[in-house]
Design a protein around this ligand. Structure first.
Ligand SMILES: Nc1ncnc2c1ncn2[C@@H]1O[C@H](COP(=O)(O)OP(=O)(O)O)[C@@H](O)[C@H]1O
Ligand SMILES: [Mg+2]
Length: 243
């Protein structure tokens, strides 16, 4: 029962001379939203690539609900729904048909479930339209609908509000809070401090591939104006002290 939803142990990834991820230890407990906060280039997408078995770790390991994930061992990913930078949909198919195609991967997902996730993401009206005519926000919502399709226990989301306008961002945050309230465990990567502050229980701060701090949002905020202050104190300079 106490097995965490996600456990990253000593996780390290090197791309040639670049150490993108440096001995990361991190656990996501069941039912929590963990914010994975870091500026561009911090190593967030690399971490998610490793979690999803898309990349080979240089060292260390990934476990989802206690089971290992590697590019060769992906069975545990059945319990994971992911939203990555550019969800690949067929532009000339409707949102509904895209989801129906995806649903074929999962014997337990029927047309009713497709309609359910479309409705949850506010896409029922637009479901019959071709995806090429969707706004960025609609594509993101369709991406989240796709991630939810097979009722995964753990959601892994890579900057899900990227490219959205302020209204779209607020809407997406509300949806994420809602999903958490419905019992989903969420690993949320973001470079936006107030986003993490609004949605997550705990936050890990990643900088140049290293986890600099991890803790309850409320604890990190104690005595500070906001998470921004915590972040700047933790990483030093706004530019990370890079020369
Ligand atoms: N396929 C790759 N080949 C070489 N370097 C990479 C590759 N992917 C990421 N990197 C480098 O790893 C570091 C972390 O990148 P990334 O994980 O994309 O950061 P983030 O998602 O936090 O912006 C960066 O320095 C980036 O240039
Ligand atoms: Mg990224």
């Amino acid at each position: 029962m106490d097995t965490p939803a996600l456990r990253l142990t000593d996780l390290t990834k090197r791309f040639g001379a670049v150490l993108a991820l440096d001995h990361l230890h991190l656990e996501v407990r069941r039912g929590e939203c963990l914010g994975f906060l870091g500026p561009n280039g911090a190593g967030k997408t690399t971490t998610i690539g490793l979690i999803l078995g898309l990349l080979h770790p240089t060292a260390g390991r990934v476990e989802v609900f206690g089971r290992p994930v590697t590019p060769r061992q992906q069975a545990a990913l059945r319990q994971v729904g992911a939203l990555t930078a550019a969800p690949g949909f067929y532009p000339y198919l409707s949102g509904r048909d895209n989801l129906r195609l995806l649903a074929r991967l999962y014997p337990e997902v029927d047309d009713r479930r497709v309609e359910e996730v479309l409705a949850e993401m506010g896409l029922t009206q637009a479901a019959g339209r071709k995806v090429k005519g969707y706004s960025t926000g609609m594509k993101q919502r369709l991406g989240l609908a796709a991630a939810l399709l097979h009722r995964p226990a753990l959601l892994v989301l890579d900057e899900p509000t990227n490219g959205l306008d302020p209204v779209g961002m607020a809407e997406m945050r509300e949806r994420l809070r809602n999903l958490k309230a419905h019992g989903y465990t969420i690993f949320l990567s973001s470079h936006l401090l107030h986003e993490v502050e609004q949605v997550c229980d705990r936050v890990g701060i990643l900088h140049h591939g290293r986890l600099l701090a991890v803790g309850q949002v409320a604890d990190l905020l104690r005595g500070k104006r906001d998470l921004e202050e915590v972040f700047l104190e933790t990483v030093g300079q706004p530019d990370g002290g890079r020369k």
